[in-house]
Design a protein around this ligand. Structure first.
Ligand code: HEC
Ligand code: HEC
Ligand code: HEC
Length: 244
């Protein structure tokens, strides 16, 4: 009996780990680990990568642009391999993305989920638009990601935006991370570290003081908060890693 119980436990744990892993990095058909998954999930989520459909030439431009943000992290010889992987796995990933897409009762969450991965929410929220203009903008956005943004989503978001809201921004966090953290860490050191949110909070508090003393860059409390939220997401603890 005990044997069966422990077997069940193992199965449940395995299922749990597999489900968690799938949520973070959708199934990789080849079974191996992909370069795109390691290299492209550090400053934003992989969803940010796979949600857009681009031509080979456009991917070339984007991957180069990403490499320029931290040349030590993405090597010149990685570029072709990453583009090849994106092209190969794009159909599976977009399908997985659509399948795991959540429906939200709260439009605030729907908005963050559907609008925050191509550009900053700041970029959206600073705009003053009428309800009609929001409807037009959101429809334009929908056409850029029709697999992900349904007509029904668009209507709800446009309505929400016409009433405005204050929310956290993933792209904003990413930009801050590149401009404020990577200036002192040109290598891939901090792109490899994983910590819990509390761990990141502690480290970034220290960095804030360091930056102030060195007078190279100023980190405001709000910026630190955005970076912490982002890193807790992109470089949070693994399911099997309890390090602080
Ligand atoms: C060092 C941080 C960093 C890494 C590593 C990184 N990105 Fe980005 N990425 C950003 C930031 C910041 C933005 C948002 C602002 C911008 O476009 O510059 C972004 C935006 C994007 C966008 C939307 C803009 C566009 O051009 O379509 C895509 C797609 C993207 N990244 C793909 C990738 C891919 C693919 C990789 C892996 C090769 C990658 N990123 C690795 C920081 C990074
Ligand atoms: C597939 C990527 C993608 C998604 C998803 C996306 N956008 Fe955009 N958005 C873009 C790009 C690319 C631009 C820049 C092109 C431009 O300036 O017209 C942009 C620009 C904007 C702008 C500035 C230009 C303007 O018309 O005022 C606003 C506002 C905006 N998006 C709102 C939204 C909202 C709201 C959502 C969610 C419904 C959203 N975006 C989702 C890609 C996206
Ligand atoms: C003024 C330069 C500077 C800036 C800006 C800076 N760092 Fe650091 N960072 C350092 C130095 C120097 C160390 C090593 C000293 C230490 O560990 O006390 C370090 C160490 C680290 C470590 C490893 C040490 C640990 O405690 O685990 C991490 C992770 C880190 N930084 C992340 C960041 C992040 C994230 C940002 C952006 C919010 C950032 N750093 C901004 C200079 C900087």
């Amino acid at each position: 009996m005990n044997k069966y119980l422990s077997l069940l436990f193992v199965v449940v744990c395995f299922y749990h780990t597999a489900a968690t892993a799938t949520a973070q990095a959708p199934a990789n058909v080849s079974g191996g680990s992909l370069l795109v998954d390691t290299k492209c999930s550090k400053c934003h989520t992989l969803k940010r990568v796979f949600v857009t459909q681009k031509s080979g030439e456009e991917w070339q431009t984007t991957v180069q642009k990403m490499r320029d943000k931290n040349p030590a992290w993405i090597k010149p010889e990685d570029v072709e391999q990453i583009i090849k992987e994106i092209k190969t796995f794009w159909p599976d990933r977009i399908q997985a993305l659509t399948a795991e897409k959540k429906e939200f009762e709260d439009t605030r969450f729907l908005f963050v989920d559907r609008c925050a991965f191509c550009h900053s929410l700041n970029r959206i929220l600073i705009k003053n638009k009428t309800g009609k203009e929001w409807a037009e903008t959101v429809e334009n956005m929908r056409l850029q990601a029709p697999d992900y943004l349904s007509k029904e989503d668009a209507v709800r978001i446009a309505h929400y935006l016409s009433e405005r809201a204050d929310l956290l921004k993933e792209d904003m966090g990413g930009k801050l991370f590149v401009s404020k953290c990577l200036i002192c860490h040109p290598g891939d050191q901090i792109l490899l570290e994983t910590h819990s949110k509390a761990g990141w909070t502690k480290i970034i508090g220290k960095m804030k003081e360091l930056a102030k003393d060195a007078q190279v860059v100023r980190l405001s409390h709000e910026e630190c908060q955005m970076i912490i939220d982002l890193l807790a997401k992109t470089q949070g603890p693994k399911a099997d890693d309890k390090s602080p």
